[in-house]
Write a protein that binds this ligand. Structure first.
Ligand SMILES: Cc1cc2nc3c(=O)[nH]c(=O)nc-3n(C[C@H](O)[C@H](O)[C@H](O)COP(=O)(O)O)c2cc1C
Ligand code: SF4
Length: 419
């Protein structure tokens, strides 16, 4: 059995320091990266990020340097950095680990982001169900201000920066970046039509960069150790590490931070200790929006591109193991139900499509679906992929689509014969 090794970058301080103590964070090298950044130009910091190859850990895998390079040169009276800490994907709690156990790392990263982008104000949009994380961050913001590393003229650099924790609106869709903006503006959390993109027209119409907690948490280590160091870890096109959270029918329901060239097999059988309650049947990677994958794909490395090529997605890095004693179709039906609850209803393909896909799965499970129903469901799923306004509706069909693709025999067994 191949056993990959854990490598901690963003979780390096996990359970090593008192998260409320800035002194303990500083003793571990904290705030060295901010001090260094304040001596660098914005372009030099973005170059370092480019050399690192860091890509988003929030699900879309967008190169971080590229996102920053759109907003940094814009002249504006106000720009914003927003940290996406909404973390609504089922089975995902990676960002909470960072916020609860090492909040100063995130605050340092956001201050570096603010300096690089020319943004004097930042928001951390934290999932409403995470009051402890909100408290942890607020304590750390107070500590940072007391130490003179937030507010006016940080460390004598002339740079002013302030951060605010904003409680999320208890809805999965509010993690979508433009829905966050609406929510902070005090409106109902619904995605906006793009373009314009937030990088140019974002919060209150101002240029705004939105990054995930885990993405940002990598930045102090990148500045301290250099982009090349980061680029040498894990998969070439999606370097660094990824926190994976394990749940379902797996022995160790735990989390690991591993280089991105680690395989799914090593995560489930190495760190996870294998399958419990039966034999392996399937794994869903990336939360409810992720693909349901068969055993034959367990050798896939967990990096963004390999997962896509395999027909799944890395998403948030949630790993949900399903054993062969489960009724897979029933599990997929529950996944489809989630989206009927979480669709915001703004666009027709998602509002109607999520309900119809769920109805289809109910019919399948009841043994009442026909071959024609299957064809219609496949067509509907493709329309949703292509025409839904945001990622929620585009990805909502993924569990059903991948279950049909990889476990077609289970559907065939249930479909009405001669239909
Ligand atoms: C329905 C939906 C929910 C999302 N929820 C989150 C979330 O909780 N956290 C997150 O970082 N990104 C989430 N995203 C992705 C964001 O829209 C965005 O891509 C991400 O915050 C960008 O940060 P990154 O480039 O650092 O990954 C969500 C997207 C969709 C469509
Ligand atoms: S895809 Fe779904 S969640 Fe996104 S805007 Fe349309 S209805 Fe709302």
């Amino acid at each position: 059995m191949s056993l990959a090794k854990e490598q901690r970058i963003v979780l390096n301080n996990y359970d090593k320091i008192n998260p409320a103590s800035i002194d303990e964070y500083i003793a571990q090298g904290g705030y060295q990266a901010l001090k260094k950044a304040l001596t660098m130009s914005s372009a030099a910091i973005i170059d370092e990020l480019k050399a690192s190859g860091l890509r988003g850990r929030g699900g879309a895998g967008f190169p971080t340097w590229l996102k920053w390079s759109f907003t940094a040169p814009i002249e504006a009276d106000q720009k914003y950095i927003v940290c996406n800490a909404d973390e609504g994907e089922p089975g995902t709690y990676k960002d909470r680990l960072i916020m609860d156990k090492d909040p100063y790392r995130l605050i340092e990263a956001l201050t570096i982001a603010g300096y690089t982008l020319g943004a004097t104000k930042g928001y951390i949009y934290v999932r409403g169900e995470y009051p402890q994380s909100q408290q942890s961050l607020n304590t750390a913001i107070t500590g940072t201000k007391a130490a003179g590393m937030m507010g006016k003229n940080i460390l004598g650099s002339g740079f002013d920066f302030d951060l605010e924790v904003f409680s999320g609106a208890f809805a999965f869709v509010c993690g979508e970046e433009t829905a966050i903006i609406e929510s902070i503006e005090g409106k109902r959390g619904e995605p906006r039509i793009r373009p314009p993109y937030p990088g140019t027209v974002g919060l209150w119409g101002k240029p705004t960069v939105i990054n995930n907690v885990e993405t940002l948490a990598n930045i102090p280590a990148i500045l301290n150790n250099g982009g090349k160091w980061f680029a040498s870890i894990g998969a070439v096109k999606y370097p660094g590490t990824k926190i994976m959270t394990l749940s379902g029918d797996v022995v160790n329901k735990t989390f690991v931070e591993v280089p991105t060239d680690t395989t799914l097999y090593d995560i489930i059988y190495g760190f996870g200790g294998g399958v419990t309650g039966g034999d392996f049947l399937a794994v869903q990677v990336g939360g409810n929006s992720g693909g349901v994958l068969p055993e034959s794909l367990l050798n896939t490395p967990i990096d963004f591109d390999s997962m896509m090529a395999a027909g799944g997605s890395l998403g948030t890095g949630a790993v949900f193991v399903i054993n062969d004693k489960r009724d897979l179709l029933d599990v997929v039906k529950n996944m489809a139900h989630f989206f009927t609850e979480e669709s915001c209803g703004k666009c027709t393909p998602c509002r109607e499509g999520c309900q119809r896909l769920y109805d289809f799965m109910v019919k399948v499970c009841d043994g009442k679906a026909t071959v024609k129903d299957l064809k219609i469901a496949n067509g509907l799923a493709r329309v949703m992929n292509k025409s839904a306004l945001c990622g929620l509706g585009q990805a909502a069909p993924t569990p059903v689509q991948t279950a049909i693709k990889f476990f077609g025999n289970k559907f065939e067994e249930k479909l009405l014969q001669n239909s």
